[in-house]
Design a protein. Structure first.
Length: 160
């Protein structure tokens, strides 16, 4: 085979490596979410230190099996304190999981091997144990004063 008949395959870099978050379209932005579910877990703040603790208690709209919101489009109407992640606020939300793809990209870091945009499969994150799939309980089942007893450290997150 001569050089003229060889095909040069040029592999393009993925969009999250070449685009700034501000330049991503809605589909690209939404695809960054790996459905780990950690951001849907209730957090508690220590009044004295300001330290944030994460629990295994999730928003009432969270489906533990699919690791998705059951009312994603209307979540902010149904849960007024639900924080809508945007390109403008990601850098200000320091409580977001350390493994969150939005956080990683905003910090200039690589996506992990288990992220569906890297692995090619949306189940890899669950197979690797990096999501909260089937490991959480709805806030409707846990009295608010009992949530402090449910503080956890999820895989990939720093210890307390």
């Amino acid at each position: 085979m001569d050089n003229d008949s060889q095909v040069n395959i040029k592999k393009e870099k993925p969009f999250w490596r070449v685009k700034k978050m501000q330049d991503m379209n809605e589909q690209e932005w939404e695809s960054l979410c790996d459905n780990c579910g950690k951001c849907c877990c209730i957090r508690l703040e220590d009044d004295d230190t300001g330290e944030i603790y994460i629990t295994d208690v999730v928003c009432k709209l969270f489906d533990s099996e699919s690791c998705k919101c059951t009312s994603y489009i209307n979540r902010s109407k149904k849960v007024p304190d639900c924080v809508t992640l945007t390109k403008d606020n990601i850098d200000k939300l320091h409580w977001m999981p350390k493994t969150c793809a939005y956080r990683l990209i905003s910090e200039g870091k690589e996506l992990p091997h288990y992220h569906h945009l890297v692995s090619g499969s949306s189940s890899t994150i669950h197979d690797e144990g990096m999501s909260v799939k089937n490991a959480v309980i709805s806030e409707t089942l846990v009295p608010e004063d009992e949530q402090i007893k449910r503080i956890v450290i999820w895989p990939g997150e720093p210890s307390v």
